[in-house]
Design a protein around this ligand. Structure first.
Ligand code: ACO
Length: 190
């Protein structure tokens, strides 16, 4: 087969089916259709896709990886002491004129199995960090990861995210609780 030629672009409405399919295939958590609608329409969510341009025509623009994220209000006091969990799930509409400090919360990140270990997840995270770094009001990028997901944990450590908390029973999957780690990447002098 041809040498992959990975390209990063915005997620579009016609990515909907493929985006849902990959989420179903690789995550243990079920995401609602409202979530996917928000992603593909760019409503309150920012996202990037990876595609392989070297694939045959009808697949050359098909998602092979993605990252989705949202803005969350940051408060100085909570940042000084890690995070206040009551605050970080509040979705905020980004408005730089308000001068409010924000964080970016990564919701989902995935690469289809056959394209793993080629630096695609690293590039997708870089897209988010570069974007966040360009916003003077953005203090950092953070996320949750289930405690047994070694690949993802290695990835975030490698990319200089800092693990700031272990949250007991954070995820409920098939009536079983699992711990999560909270990872943060601080930017703009935070
Ligand atoms: N084991 C150990 N380290 C790994 C692994 C692994 N399996 N995969 C990635 N890494 C680390 C390595 O340090 C690697 O850098 P290096 O090759 O220079 O050593 C670095 O991460 C970058 O790896 P990438 O090639 O960019 O990662 P990839 O494109 O393979 O995607 C991902 C990694 C997203 C975790 C992929 O395995 C995946 O989609 N898994 C299933 C879904 C998932 O777990 N998503 C993250 C959940 S958390 C969340 O969504 C917020």
């Amino acid at each position: 087969s041809l040498c992959p030629s990975i390209y990063y672009r915005a997620i579009k409405p016609n990515d909907l089916d493929r985006l849902e399919q990959i989420h179903r295939d690789i995550f243990p958590i079920k995401y609602e259709s409202e979530f996917f609608q928000s992603v593909v329409n760019g409503v309150d969510i920012i996202s990037w896709a990876a595609v392989d341009r070297s694939r045959p025509d009808d697949h050359s623009d098909e998602l092979i990886g993605f990252i989705t994220a949202k803005f969350v209000l940051a408060k100085d006091s909570e940042l000084a002491d890690g995070f206040c969990l009551a605050q970080i799930d509040d979705l905020v509409h980004y408005d730089s004129s308000k001068g409010e400090e924000t964080l970016i919360y990564i919701l989902t990140l995935g690469v289809v199995e056959t394209y793993r270990n080629r630096g695609i997840a690293r590039s997708l995270i870089s897209e988010v960090i570069n974007y966040a770094s360009g916003l003077s009001v953005c203090r950092g990028v953070y996320l949750h990861v289930i405690a047994h997901n070694n690949a993802a944990i290695c990835l975030y450590k490698r990319l200089m995210f800092r693990c700031v908390r272990r949250l007991h029973g954070f995820y409920l999957i098939k009536r079983q609780h699992f711990d999560a780690f909270l990872f943060v990447y601080f930017i703009n002098g935070s």
